[in-house]
Write a protein that binds this ligand. Structure first.
Ligand code: UDX
Length: 437
């Protein structure tokens, strides 16, 4: 099939590349000439494990192409994906200006029937708005379909190629058949393509992300309670996760969820609720609890140093909002850097992938170490913000000899308590008893 993907951000590039891998001819369109130039030269603009191999193979085979021209990009395309940004506006609702702008242009240039697919996360009712924007000028038939993505950064290629499910919102039989054909190679294992109406598909995306954010937040609250009640959240997690109604995944407590999706989508669903005059109480609590959770170790670190961090240097491992990405959007590390500096501490940071992005935002307010161990040299304490694999099995003797105090504040529960005790560390983690050396 010939398809077009408008917007070569994270979702667009992964979707376009993966669709070319299943044999379609894909043209990706972006208004940013620098991005398009780079992609045309064979240089990926994002870091995503596994993407490069597919990108190289399919660009070489001529199945994956790039252009800045919408008209050229959609030429002959049966399906046109809109993978455009929907940044939160000032009131928290998703801003549709990019999507509706392209919809407007599409109406003017469509020459044949095409399925226009909303791939971006968009509020309930957007498919209708996109339809109206295209219909204003369209001279041919078209259908607008809502097909939300459920890609996790770091494993997006796998999520795309082997989805748990594909959600397609449309009431057009013609569009349904085309979408079914397009996704057939990805659901051979038997996972479903679930068809529904457009509004339900749009709601499904927000419900999924908000539910997961709630699941994590619930565990974070259980963890906080465990600390007070003398229980161990790791045991509780195992104890409840084996109940298949609850499930093992997304039960890991920590210093809060971050990233480009959960915070934005929870907020946007809250906004949708208030637009429909519904008081979505759980969502409000999720946002409040998560905000507090991000800096939940600050009081502990202050207390350890006698209430004052002036003159102290804190080494911070992990800046990305989660491992295997360089993305620092809404990363708990950034909030902790701010709080530590506000409390008078100096901060030295290390992350395997996200250093450049943090330099762009934080600049020279912190020091950048070349390795995880260099960050520790002469520091008073270590804080862990992201569970990168390299941090899981460190050389504890090296940590001890580099830090001024044998103390670790671990926001991701990387180490076993008995090991920390045995090695003589003071160790604070989430939802487990504090080990005092
Ligand atoms: C998420 C959704 O998973 C994906 O389906 C959606 O399309 C986009 O948003 P992503 O933002 O890439 O994907 O990250 P994810 O792996 O879901 O993690 C989100 C946040 O939750 C991270 O900050 C992570 O550290 C945190 N998290 C996750 C926990 O704190 N505990 C957990 O058990 C799981």
């Amino acid at each position: 099939m010939k398809i077009s993907v408008v917007g070569t951000g994270y979702v667009g590039l992964v979707s376009g590349t993966c669709f070319s891998e299943t044999g379609n001819t894909v043209t990706c369109v972006d208004i940013d000439p620098k991005k398009v130039e780079s992609l045309k030269k064979g240089k990926l603009t994002i870091y995503e494990p596994g993407l490069e191999v597919l990108f190289e193979r399919n660009t070489k085979a001529g199945r994956l192409n790039f252009t800045t021209s919408l008209e050229e990009g959609i030429e002959g395309a049966q399906v046109i994906f809109l993978a455009l940004p929907t940044p939160p506006g000032e009131d928290g609702s998703a801003d549709l200006k990019y999507i509706l702008g392209v919809a407007d242009d599409l109406g003017k240039i469509l020459k044949d029937y095409a399925v226009i697919v909303d791939k971006s996360t968009v509020p309930v009712g957007t498919a209708e708005k996109v339809t109206a924007a295209i219909a204003k000028n369209a001279k041919v038939d078209f259908d607008v379909v809502s097909n939300p993505e459920f890609l996790r950064e770091g494993v997006a290629v796998d999520d795309f190629m082997k989805p748990d499910r594909v959600v397609v919102g449309t009431q057009s039989q013609r569009a349904m058949k085309i979408m079914e054909k397009l996704y057939a190679p990805l659901v051979r294992q038997g996972n479903p393509v679930i068809f529904m109406d457009e509004r339900s598909a749009e709601m499904t995306k927000y419900a999924a992300n908000s539910f997961l954010a709630m699941k994590i937040t619930f565990m974070n609250e259980i963890a906080n309670l465990c600390e007070r009640a003398g229980a161990d959240v790791d045991n509780v997690r195992r104890g409840i996760g084996t109940d298949s109604r609850i499930g093992k995944r997304f039960l890991f407590p920590g210093i809060g969820y971050g990233g480009s999706c959960f915070p934005k989508d929870v907020q946007a669903l809250g906004k949708t609720a208030s637009e429909f005059d519904y008081d979505f109480k759980i969502l409000k609590s999720v946002m409040k609890v998560n905000d507090k959770q991000k800096t939940k170790m600050m009081p502990q670190i202050k207390e350890y140093f006698g209430g004052d961090l002036k003159g102290k240097t804190i080494a911070l491992w992990g800046l990305a909002f989660k491992p295997h990405t360089d993305d620092i959007r809404e990363a708990p590390a950034l909030y902790n850097i701010k709080s530590l500096r506000r409390a008078g501490a100096k901060v030295v940071v290390f992350d395997p992938e996200a250093m450049d992005n943090v330099k762009g935002v934080v600049g020279r307010k912190v020091k950048y170490a070349k390795s995880m161990y260099e960050a520790l040299e002469g520091a008073d304490a270590l804080m862990i913000m992201t569970e990168w694999p390299a941090f899981r099995t460190p050389d504890f003797d090296k940590i001890k000899s580099s830090l001024k105090n044998n103390v670790i504040f671990d926001g991701r529960n990387l180490y076993a308590l008995d090991e920390m005790e045995e090695k003589g560390f003071t160790y604070y983690s989430i939802g487990r008893k504090a080990i005092k050396a």
